[in-house]
Write a protein that binds this ligand. Structure first.
Ligand code: IPE
Ligand code: IPE
Ligand code: MG
Length: 247
């Protein structure tokens, strides 16, 4: 029995988010440059995007570059931006074939102009696709997102457009980069690290967390299916008791 056939199509997560980590260590273990790790990481992206489309997961969000990643050596940052541009150019056909809409979250204005333009171009070209929304988190930091949200809401209060009593969870959601997405159901992090690294802090409030030692360039469809099966075997109680859920 294949792993894929063990997945229950009626209990799929609506939103899977992945912290794609371990490119550098993958390369180091093989005596290669970190950049080779990143190049192989792009291949894993395609695997996982196709796997999610195959099993009909409606939303996949990938952490590709954090606000903190700007602190990496200039050459590495430049390579990551170049890889982003190349992948967008190359993968547009994969997105079209699988009816996938591209979306992006983060401080996109901080991206180099070329990367920004390419990104907007692919977002525009795929905007009518409906099978799955693939969101890339680029120059994304959850604290930056929350700070921006607080500023925008304060300004509305100051200009008497809303009153403080109008501020609720739904209003906050509408100001986040993720406004069009449901909450994360399953958060996966590769490479053995067990931390969140400033990713979707608000949106993972009730997500199931799944950590695996596999390094990102080795991550395959089968690994993704394994994570989904693991998720489907958990009981999500949202504060209630097990008995309440069974009745
Ligand atoms: C993830 O791999 C890719 C990015 C953060 C852009 P890393 O580059 O963080 O790999 P490690 O953690 O050094 O192995
Ligand atoms: C998190 O990975 C960011 C991305 C995967 C894009 P890092 O490798 O940057 O995280 P830390 O710094 O080890 O927590
Ligand atoms: Mg890392």
């Amino acid at each position: 029995m294949s792993l894929q056939s063990k997945i229950n199509p009626n209990k799929l997560p609506r939103h899977v988010a992945i912290i794609m980590d371990g490119n550098g260590r993958w390369a180091k273990q093989k005596g290669l440059l970190r950049t080779v790790g990143h190049e192989n990481g792009s291949k894993a992206v395609r695997e996982v995007v196709e796997a999610c489309a195959e099993i009909n997961i409606p939303n996949l969000t990938l952490y590709a570059f954090s606000t903190e990643n700007w602190k990496r050596p200039k050459l590495e940052v430049e390579l990551l931006m170049k890889l982003l541009i190349n992948s967008l150019k190359k993968e547009i056909s994969t997105l079209e074939e699988n009816d996938i809409r591209l979306n992006a979250i983060g401080n996109l204005n901080a991206l180099p102009k070329k990367a920004h333009n390419e990104l907007i171009d692919v977002i525009e070209k795929t905007k009518s696709n409906t099978r799955m929304t693939l969101t890339l988190a680029l120059s994304y930091g959850s604290r930056e997102e929350i700070t921006k949200t607080i500023k925008e809401i304060s300004l509305k209060v100051k200009n008497n457009l809303i009153s403080p009593s109008d501020i609720d969870e739904s209003l906050i959601n509408k100001h986040l980069y993720t406004r069009s997405l449901p909450d994360v159901d399953l958060l996966i992090r590769t490479s053995g690290e067990q931390r969140i690294s400033n990713f979707l802090l608000w949106q993972i409030a009730y997500a199931e967390l799944y950590f695996t030692d596999t390094l990102w360039p080795d991550y395959s469809k089968e690994h993704l299916f394994e994570a989904i099966i693991n998720y489907q075997n958990r009981e999500r109680r949202f504060g209630k008791t097990s008995e309440q859920l069974q009745n």
